[in-house]
Design a protein around this ligand. Structure first.
Ligand SMILES: Cc1cc2nc3c(=O)[nH]c(=O)nc-3n(C[C@H](O)[C@H](O)[C@H](O)COP(=O)(O)O)c2cc1C
Length: 325
């Protein structure tokens, strides 16, 4: 089974990808969070820092763009080719209001014919193969009946299906049947994404007659970094390696960023890692309140020394507050 790490802006950056790959592995490809090509057709330093081959050495990565303009997409594709990449992934899933208002990300799903024309153009002219990461609709899962035949008719390298609609953000229901319909119809590989947080999720989510060939894992791995290994039948997560992972990330970010940036990043990372720990709500809150690296390190030490691992570590939903109608 192919397992990939979902792109998560602000979370799965180059440092995270390198350290995860070294310490846990089990992931066949790491998707780089989206970069946005601009009218000047130059990458800004933030984007260069994410996609430069030098920061991604030794790990299989796929770059992703957030873009609705074919000329800019093709410029980005040529730039990726020049960097040595063999694929460009298009973000058709971002639910953010500021992104969809500009008609980008999942906003592109609102006009299926415009999307078809855009994809036909870029698939024909791109110097490297094009893949997409899409939701199953903007507001209603029945939109998939229109979108899926469009995707299936295109020469895509791969389609990743985040099997919920835009209006569900990261919280509303997932529809694995939409993914299974895509596998049946598409002549290219199709990957499932959405709410796979444990080995049991992987075993129970899909029809017994259609075991999935390819899965993309996001918050599940960000919470339990050993999840891909566990899905492959390897060792369960150990508390000592969770702690070592946090320390390695802390050291690497400390060498790269000022203290306030390190603090912000590490509080967010440790919030996810702490979902693996039993009964840790109070100490998690204390960690999240840390105002200096010293306070943060003290709080982390308490977290990891006071709480055993849960029997089944899993991402928790409490930290999500997006609406779902
Ligand atoms: C904080 C955050 C940032 C994300 N950034 C991106 C992104 O840059 N590109 C993208 O295609 N999806 C992005 N996503 C969506 C994830 O890739 C994935 O589709 C989503 O989290 C569902 O998978 P999961 O349930 O396994 O986490 C992001 C999700 C989160 C929570």
């Amino acid at each position: 089974m192919r397992l990939t790490l979902a792109p998560m802006e602000g979370l799965t950056d180059a440092v995270y990808r390198q350290i995860h790959h070294t310490m846990f592995g089990g992931v066949d490809a790491y998707y780089i969070p989206f970069v946005t090509p601009n009218q000047n057709m130059v990458w800004h330093s933030r984007e260069r820092n994410a996609i430069a081959p030098a920061v991604n050495q030794g790990i299989p990565v796929v770059p992703q763009v957030l873009c609705k303009d074919a000329a800019l997409f093709l410029w980005a594709a040529a730039s990726f080719r020049d960097m040595g990449y063999q694929e460009i992934n298009l973000n058709l899933g971002c639910p953010s209001g500021t992104v969809t208002a500009k008609g980008k990300g999942s906003g592109m799903l609102r006009d299926a014919e415009k999307l078809r024309s855009f994809l036909e153009t870029v698939c024909e002219k791109s110097p490297i193969p094009v893949s997409v990461k899409t939701r199953i609709g903007y507001a209603d899962r029945r939109e998939w009946d229109t979108l899926l035949p469009i995707y299936a008719s295109l020469p895509l390298k791969e389609m990743i299906v985040h099997a919920r609609v835009r209006e569900a953000y990261y919280k509303g229901p997932v529809y694995p049947a939409c993914y299974e319909a895509a596998v049946a119809l598409c002549p290219f590989p199709v990957t499932y994404n959405g709410d796979l947080f444990t080995v049991s999720d992987v075993k129970t989510r899909f029809s017994a007659s259609m075991p999935p060939a390819s899965l993309m894992l996001g918050r599940g791995i960000f919470t339990n970094p050993a999840l891909a290994r566990e899905i492959r039948g390897g060792d369960a997560l150990r508390l000592s390696e969770l702690r070592a992972f946090e320390e390695a990330l802390y050291d690497a970010y400390s060498q790269k960023h000022p203290a306030n940036v390190v603090l912000g990043k590490m509080r967010e990372i440790t919030k996810y890692l702490s979902w693996c720990l039993e009964d840790a709500d109070r100490d998690r809150r204390r960690m999240l309140k840390a105002r200096s690296l010293g306070e943060y390190r003290d709080a982390v030490s308490v977290l990891f020394s006071s709480h055993p691992l849960k029997a089944v570590p899993s991402y928790m939903r409490e930290n999500e507050n997006q609406p779902w109608p």
